[in-house]
Design a protein around this ligand. Structure first.
Ligand code: FMN
Length: 169
């Protein structure tokens, strides 16, 4: 069943308000790791090729970047109200060095259409499958953006991912 655009778009205020406040929780997986969660503060929901899309911006230095490159998918989870400690932890520690799911006691479950897990305590999960990606490149950027965000050569990859399932709990 394709995702219901009307249901998805009705949730945009809630999703965007989390994005702007503490951030959303992006979960991924890979052969060396069952589940890793990172906080994201940049992203969009929209329509591309008549399909619902989430675009995420992940720097190449993130462990999550390796995992998405391996599986080609991720989930975006809207944290519940009392999750500031989780968004803070997942936004400052890397899954390369710490098992964030174990450390925080996060409950995870299998997703329906992607390999990446979903976070059971989150009221909304978007299952996302990468269809297209684009590297942010220095020659495309105005110098004020370069100076503010890319002095360490750590560019974002823009992942254009189809939302293949919407779960509300
Ligand atoms: C509120 C907030 C928003 C963030 N947004 C992003 C983002 O959109 N893209 C990104 O690459 N890093 C972002 N980060 C930083 C990552 O969450 C952080 O580097 C994390 O430790 C990466 O985890 P990983 O190495 O396990 O993937 C954000 C951090 C915070 C606290």
């Amino acid at each position: 069943m394709p995702v219901d655009f009307k249901k998805l778009f009705a949730l945009i205020p809630e999703i965007y308000s989390s994005l702007k406040e503490d951030g959303l929780l992006l979960a991924s997986t890979g052969s060396a790791c069952t589940a890793n969660v990172m906080t994201i503060g940049w992203g969009h929901i929209g329509i591309l090729w008549y399909r619902p899309f989430f675009i995420a911006y992940i720097r190449k230095s993130r462990y999550t970047h390796n995992l998405i490159e391996e599986t080609g998918d991720f989930t975006v989870n809207v944290p519940p109200k009392n999750f500031s400690h989780v968004t803070e932890f997942c936004g400052t520690k890397s899954g390369r060095y710490v098992d964030k799911v174990k450390e925080l006691g996060l409950k995870i479950e299998e997703s329906k259409f992607v390999k990446s897990p979903s976070l059971s305590e989150c009221p909304i999960t978007l299952e996302c499958k990468v269809i297209f990606k684009k590297e942010v490149e220095s020659h495309d950027l105005p110098s004020n953006i370069m100076d503010a965000f890319y002095t360490r050569n750590d560019y974002h990859t823009c992942y254009f991912a189809e939302i293949v399932n919407l779960v509300t709990r």
